[in-house]
Write a protein that binds this ligand. Structure first.
Ligand code: CA2
Length: 151
């Protein structure tokens, strides 16, 4: 089971800026947390972060045929990107949307998620552990789908 974890713009600044919102753990620390949980679940995990919308679209397209599912925090592009929504729909991989903060409790413009309709679940407002929850949810979903497929 292979899962790609995608992070959008500015998520490389985790732990370095706005710790009151996003916490003190760095992006490298986040990857380490996810790697450790993935190992416990027996999931192969890979990571992609970019500040560029097109690069995120390319990563989603490239995931087709290589990964079984996606965990994605598109960051600010959550609220603007039809291109990321279209890419997720096009590849059709089971995807979970994650947000460190709860965008619904912040500015009005953060209440809209363009990508939500392409996702099987959304985890928000749980800090970095939200990524772990998303990985577990995806693992459960993919395991159940496999069992049904072989039944
Ligand atoms: O809460 C989230 O995970 C967000 O996706 C983060 C985005 C924001 O635009 C979304 O509304 C909610 C912002 C990412 C900014 O990333 C930073 C991370 C650490 C330090 C500074 C910025």
């Amino acid at each position: 089971m292979r899962v790609l974890v995608i992070n959008g713009p500015n998520m490389n600044l985790l732990g370095l800026r706005e710790p009151e919102i996003y916490g003190a753990t760095t992006y490298a620390g986040l990857m380490e947390m996810i790697r450790s949980e993935a190992a416990a679940l027996g999931v192969e995990v890979d990571f992609f972060q970019s500040n560029h919308e097109g690069a995120l679209v390319d990563a989603i397209q490239d995931a087709y045929g290589k990964f079984d599912g996606i965990v994605i925090n598109p960051a600010a592009y959550t609220h603007t990107s039809v291109a990321i929504l279209d890419a997720l729909k096009a590849v059709g991989l089971p995807t979970i949307e994650v947000h460190v903060s709860d965008p619904d409790m912040r500015d009005d413009f953060r209440r809209v998620s363009y990508i939500r309709s392409a996702c099987i679940a959304t985890v928000k407002g749980k800090g970095l552990p939200g990524y772990i929850e998303a990985l577990r949810l995806l693992h459960t979903y993919l395991s159940q789908r496999r069992q049904k497929g072989s039944a």
